[in-house]
Ligand binder design. Structure first.
Ligand code: SAM
Length: 497
């Protein structure tokens, strides 16, 4: 399984209907009124509008239909993701009314939210062409998501404008901006597409990250990586070792990619695919499956080996370790995420000892492991294909704090390892500061550890740059012709003393 629940987006998702019959005529009238309003007075950027919390208006008996309700949820989720650094899925879970939407409408909401983040830089540029002054964040979120629907998801303009404006009318602090938003959105639906060409897709990556990728990989490669932000990734699954991968591949219309990984062009409803309820496989990006394959290849076998999977949840690597025969102790400090790990172990009929604990403060009676896998918390920028919000919900100060935490976690892990054992350090960040640089600094300080050079030749078929100087580094630009892969870093260290 991947780091977060699947939020795959598809340009084909259809917008929810308002559920109130045809409202085109009403909307036309409303649109004319709003345009008149927009022309007759400037939008009021008053204090209340800036500070006010958004509250759905239900006092006059006017309820939102599912179309407007969906737009309201999308805009609030965008605000939450941006302001609180959470994932799309977690932000949506927090929104009132999200669970009351139909399955189809929830898929629509996920899709629009993801595409708004995939196209953030392009949308920002286009909105600038129509806005004299930037309105408050909720209004910007409405405008951004409406632009995503109209320009990139090609949804019917009347629905996009009408439902977005209706959503605003339900929010006290937004009502003063309705006229302006209506006018801006109409202009965007009419002429916004003409600006798309002016902003290449690498502008969808924030400058501070693009700069680091340029320093780490060069300007051209950084742009190749950034271009993948707008591509819809395939679905990768890891198949249990006793399951016949070729047969399963045929059954679920997938292609074998590497080792136990199968790839389907689109996710669809994964729970309906053959083998899901039987626990024959779990969702896991190809790149994310490589650290365990590398360790397995390096050790030859996991039989009789006690492996600590530190920072284990939601558990893709725990499942792999257990499936390949290791005795696994999975540690994570998040009870909520460990619950998902437990559910997946049960579904796949695999076993691990699960411990809720801070790796920085491991229980004394845990003892030392034969081998350790540390999948450290990181900026997760390597997962932007499925989670485009990672590019915007983390800021430079968050990266600095994570780098400090990774250092401390490496130290804690090194103490929980028996001499002669291996410590596999991995992250799903694209920045070398969280991968290569961490290992260089660690080895400088620790003469009791050395780098075990990864030498797997079979991996070179995937991409010739995948292993450099004995270290694994994948990038979303690798094999983009076949659907690409997440960005991942892995080094295997040996404790000599
Ligand atoms: C990158 S994710 C792990 C992904 C997981 N290994 C997988 O393959 O599914 C990082 C995990 O680290 C956990 N974490 C962060 N800081 C921690 C700490 N100090 N102690 C234990 N777990 C921690 C988070 O709760 C999160 O589940």
């Amino acid at each position: 399984m991947d780091k977060h629940p699947s939020s795959q987006d598809s340009p084909k998702a259809s917008p929810p209907r308002s559920g109130q019959g045809s409202r085109a005529g009403t909307r036309e009238k409303r649109g004319a009124q709003d345009r008149r309003q927009a022309n007759s007075r400037k939008p009021s950027y008053n204090k209340a509008a800036k500070a006010g919390a958004e509250r759905p208006r239900r006092d006059n008996g006017w309820n939102l239909g599912p179309g407007a309700q969906s737009r309201l949820i999308i805009a609030r989720a965008i605000q939450t993701i941006w302001g609180q650094g959470v994932s799309i899925e977690d932000a949506l879970e927090k929104q009132n009314g999200f669970h009351e939407l139909s399955t189809r409408d929830r898929a629509f909401v996920r899709n629009v939210t993801a595409v708004t983040f995939r196209r953030w830089g392009q949308i920002t540029y286009i909105l600038k062409q129509y806005l004299k002054k930037q309105p408050p964040t909720f209004i910007m979120a409405i405008l951004r998501s409406a632009a995503a629907q109209s320009l990139f998801l090609k949804m019917p303009d009347h629905a996009v404008v009408g439902e977005s404006v209706d959503a605003m009318k339900a929010v006290d602090s937004a009502r003063g901006f309705v006229g302006m938003a209506n006018a801006v959105l109409r202009r965007i639906t009419e002429t916004g597409a003409s600006h798309i060409g002016a902003v290449p897709p690498h502008n969808n990556v924030p400058g501070w990250l693009l700069k680091q990728w340029e320093k780490d990989y060069g300007r051209m490669e950084a742009r190749r990586i950034a271009r993948q932000v707008v591509e819809i990734p395939p679905l990768d699954i890891s198949v249990k070792k006793d399951i016949n991968t070729s047969e399963l591949a045929q059954d679920i219309e997938a292609e074998p990619v590497y080792a136990q990984t199968l790839r389907r062009p689109h996710a669809g409803n994964i729970t309906k695919l053959k083998g899901f309820s039987e626990g024959d496989w779990w969702v896991q990006d190809l790149a994310s499956s490589l650290p365990v394959h590398l360790l397995h290849e390096h050790l030859g076998s996991f039989d009789g080996q006690h492996i600590f999977d530190l920072c284990a949840a939601p558990g893709g690597k725990t499942l792999q370790l257990a499936d390949l025969g290791a005795k696994v102790t999975a540690v994570d400090k998040s009870e909520f995420r460990l619950h998902r790990l437990k559910k997946n172990l049960e579904r796949c009929q695999l076993n691990a000892n699960i411990i809720t604990a801070d790796v920085l403060n491991l229980p004394n009676d845990l003892g030392q492991a034969d081998h350790i896998l540390l999948d450290a918390p990181c900026t997760a920028t390597g997962t932007f294909r499925r989670h485009p919000e990672v590019l915007y919900n983390r800021k430079p100060k968050d990266q600095a704090a994570l780098i400090k935490l990774q250092k401390r976690l490496l130290k804690a892990a090194s103490m929980a390892l028996k001499p002669g054992g291996t410590l596999t350090y991995c992250t799903c960040s694209l920045q070398k500061a969280e991968g290569e640089d961490q290992i260089t600094a660690f080895l400088k300080e620790r003469s009791d550890f050395r780098l075990n050079r990864i030498l797997t030749k079979s991996l070179l078929d995937i991409d010739s740059d995948i292993i450099l100087d004995g270290i694994l580094r994948t990038r979303p630009s690798f094999r983009s012709d076949l659907g690409g892969m997440d960005g991942f870093f892995t080094a295997i260290l040996e404790k000599t003393g």
